[in-house]
Design a protein around this ligand. Structure first.
Ligand code: HEC
Length: 209
């Protein structure tokens, strides 16, 4: 028995490598179609879960952000546009075994820059999209044979202008403060409706659906 296993194991590894080997990240699209694709049930689950997670985080974040702006002004509220400031992000990450981040081409925090080819491709698609289509342009993608990524655009809203609008909306003093905290800041000069960034929620691939 052992001998057979010894022969079969490398063989099956070779087969798997051959099946997954045509590509790497840039070629994901074709290997997605050939090797693995999501079932309708999986697609529905990830779409629902992604939306549930991002709307819960967003409503807490924007509520607290606005409260902090009223209580402590723009500079005092600066820390509240960081997902890590919220225990809810942690608890949802644990509950759904998910990694929740926001990414942007014109980022404020360099940790939030677009990272993979897939990120760049999805962002580009959003960037070329009419503003009215953005709110319902969620995407569910297989990242590899173990994980699925939910993307959703983040359009800028009027209440974000105090920190992401033009200089006139931010004010000299606040802008200087932003530059001090984020010397590489690229996240100003947006207008309401503009694509500010996108959610990226990475979750484990569930095969039990
Ligand atoms: C009080 C100032 C302030 C307000 C108001 C504000 N933001 Fe931010 N925003 C920041 C700061 C500071 C960061 C960087 C956080 C970090 O270090 O992760 C940030 C980061 C982000 C990011 C992550 C990508 C990046 O550039 O680093 C997105 C997306 C974002 N903001 C969207 C919004 C939206 C949408 C609104 C309105 C609902 C908004 N922000 C309102 C200050 C603000």
């Amino acid at each position: 028995m052992k001998k057979i296993a010894l022969i079969l194991l490398p063989l099956s590894i070779m087969l798997i490598v051959a099946a997954c080997g045509n590509g790497g990240e840039t070629d994901m699209e074709s290997s997605e179609k050939e090797t693995f694709s999501l079932t309708e049930e999986q697609e529905k689950y990830y779409l629902e879960t992604g939306n549930k997670i991002t709307s819960a985080v967003f409503s807490v974040l924007s509520g607290e952000l606005m409260g902090a702006m009223q209580a402590d002004g723009v500079q005092g509220a600066m820390a509240y546009c960081n997902l890590q400031a919220y225990p809810l992000t942690d608890s949802l990450s644990n509950e759904f075994d998910a990694h929740i981040i926001r990414l942007a081409e014109r980022y404020r925090n360099p940790d939030n820059r677009l990272q993979t080819d897939m990120d760049r491709k999805v962002f580009e698609e959003y960037d070329n999209m009419d503003a009215e289509r953005l709110p319902t342009a969620e995407r569910v993608k297989l990242a590899d044979d173990k994980s699925v990524i939910f993307y959703k655009p983040i359009p800028l809203q009027p209440q974000c202008m105090a920190c992401h609008g033009p200089k006139s909306a931010i004010g000299e003093e606040n802008l200087a403060y932003i530059r001090e905290l984020y010397p590489d800041d690229k996240a100003i000069n947006f207008a309401p409706g503009d694509l500010r960034g996108m959610w990226r929620v990475e979750m484990k691939l569930r095969t039990d659906l």
